[in-house]
Design a protein around this ligand. Sequence first.
Ligand code: GCO
Ligand code: MN
Ligand code: MN
Length: 388
Amino acid sequence: MYTPRPEDRFTFGMWTYSNPGRDPFGDPVRPLPDVDFHIQAAHKLASLGAYGVNLHDNDLVPIDATPAQRDAIVQRYRAGLADAGMVVPMATTNLFSHPVFKDGAFTAADPRVRAFALQKAMLGIDLGVALGAETYVFWGGREGAEVDAGKDLVDSVKRYRDAFNFLIAYVKDLGYRVRFALEAKPNEPRGHIFLPTTGAMLGFIQTLDDPDMVGVNPEVAHETMAGLNFPHAVAQAIDAGKLFHIDLNDQESGRFDQDLRFGSVNLKMAFFLVKLLEDEGYSGPRHFDAHAYRTEDRNGVWDFCAGCMRSYLIFKDKVARFNADAEIQALIAALGADPEGLNALSAYSPANRNALRSRVFDIEAIGAEGRGLERLDQLTVEVILGVR
Ligand code: GCO
Ligand code: MN
Ligand code: MN
């Protein structure tokens, strides 16, 4: 029941299972990956029940590879992936590791850096499309500032928009069938990253040349770092028809970007997130953007991958129990009961306007009624804890 299958559409970033456990204070604790390891990993992940792998251009192809080297690597990896029966549903560009991006990529003040970032993104899109990706993610890790005097803040947003408009036109010009998903993060590695929340991204998307082509890739850790409620951000994205992809992991608030195993910290958040995705029929990949603890060797990495998927499926089972629990559902139904037929007045018309204007509400009585949320919340916790 908790055994992952390809239909569950679990995916892992190439950078997640191959994360060597480097941190600002410490050297790698696991070997750095090469193409052979990525091919072995595709087989291992397939045996664990995963569906696919996502990648940055430079997770697979070194930034200094010649076109011939790149083609050879891609050909080899594509064959290995096909052997493993895995797919690449999402790809993205590394616009943050090389020193050239130290003060931004699409929003860099230096036009040479902006032009190089566009070139790199075009080549990255070509690579993603060649591997079959349908979604192309943009995470602007270096798009931000520590020194606000160094960038015109309004120009920075305009430059960001110009870059996406260029790449939207590029994709259309070449006839690629790929959609963009923008990933927000409030800080790290920059002191302040532009468009820091999913809500900010949703507003920005509407200003682009083709908003329909662009959605979001929200991440648990990022909204949590901003002190926000992740399922609320995801719900807004779903309502807007913009949940094109998702980055699942976990995060303690008030901490550095931790990228913890899905479901390892905030169980209630994970429950409501899985409930939202499943109840709303989200059909995209369930992508894990996290990594194993620095204490682990490569065996621990596979435990980490298996754990992410298994926990998701356990939460999915808890959601089914919650949805089928008669007492819980009766409490929820009672919260929205409408014995006076007031919902019918919520669409504007002259008759509804007049009916509402003259209606007398007993606000003291309504205000004195208990909502029963203590009981509902306790029952929810009992479902999560496995005693219901
Ligand atoms: C992070 C981000 C990245 C992006 C990745 C794909 O905090 O480092 O979450 O892992 O998701 O670059 O866009
Ligand atoms: Mn992240
Ligand atoms: Mn991410």
